[in-house]
Design a protein around this ligand. Structure first.
Ligand SMILES: [Zn+2]
Length: 292
């Protein structure tokens, strides 16, 4: 688990905002930053800081317990991927938050991506309104829509910067990868995409398949199936991850052709005929619409 000090080397402004916010001693904090800005890791690092006497060193027994999910005063709420946190889980969280800490100065409840709470907002709102003095809520969100506004208004919001190219490069190196400038660019400043690319056997070679695509754009459905097959990385198991990485490649591809009306027209027609591979069709169509 990374510490706030690890992040400070790359994003000093974010870390100083977090330090100021912690000094303000609020009962609930909301990290707001774009997807892939490392909000989840930062929530963990803040939890270590709040429950340890060490200031969040990352090494001591308390910090290790937080990292392993075994600290008795820290609860990490997790919905299943892409699914909301269930109401029963939320009741369990609220009960946990209502009790006094057993070891540390605070009880800490961590809820990454509060968008997953959408249906259960009333439960959490009440808890946020009447927090026991020794409980801290740590939440994160990529976007604060009108639904989330009541939750956000009860928290001290901390804006996160997106990771810099240097930080992205450093993350690739942790995976023993020497990324090209193009690969760094293709992550679009998202740490989650570094993790995704790192799982490919040869990410640079995978991305090079996108370089040929403009000249290959054709309108027939069979070709579209071939395209979908070509772009589907074998190393990634879940459909969600494959779509994510394809979206990532197509984003850069479309961005490189925004001035090429003829290419965009052909790509739009090709996307319209992608009717037998719906997810890819949606991705391509969305990107073309966005760029047009
Ligand atoms: Zn520590």
């Amino acid at each position: 688990m990374r510490t706030l000090a690890d992040f400070a080397a790359y994003r000093p402004a974010t870390i100083s905002r977090i330090a100021q916010a912690l000094a303000a001693d609020s009962s609930s904090y909301l990290l707001k930053g774009p997807r892939g800005s490392g909000a989840d890791e930062l929530l963990g690092a803040i939890a270590q800081t709040l429950v340890g006497d060490c200031g969040g060193c990352g090494e001591c027994a308390s910090c290790r317990a937080v990292a392993d999910g075994e600290h008795p005063d820290v609860l990490l709420a997790q919905g299943e991927q892409h699914k909301p946190v269930a109401v029963e889980e939320l009741r369990r969280i609220v009960r946990f938050a209502s009790l006094a800490p057993t070891q540390a100065r605070y009880r800490v409840v961590v809820i990454p991506d509060i968008d997953t709470l959408r249906l259960t907002f009333p439960v959490i709102l009440k808890a946020l309104e009447e927090p026991p003095t020794a409980t801290k809520w740590l939440l994160s969100a990529a976007l604060i829509g009108s639904e989330l506004a009541p939750v956000a208004s009860r928290c001290l919001t901390i804006e996160l910067e997106a990771p810099s190219d240097v930080e992205i490069e450093h993350r690739f190196r942790e995976h023993k990868l020497e990324p090209s400038a193009l690969l760094i660019k293709w992550t679009r400043h998202r740490l989650d995409r570094v993790e995704l690319f790192a799982r490919l056997t040869d990410p640079e070679r995978y991305l090079s398949t996108y370089a040929d695509l403009p000249s290959l754009i054709r309108e027939d459905a069979r070709w579209c199936m071939e395209l979908a097959h070509r772009l589907m990385p074998e190393e990634l198991g879940s459909a969600g991850e494959s779509e994510e990485i394809i979206q990532c490649g197509l984003e850069v591809l479309v961005a490189a052709h925004t001035d090429d009306g003829d290419w965009l027209r052909r790509a739009t027609r090709a996307s319209a005929s992608l009717n037998r591979h719906l997810p890819l069709q949606l991705v391509l169509a969305e990107l073309i619409l966005r760029s047009g």
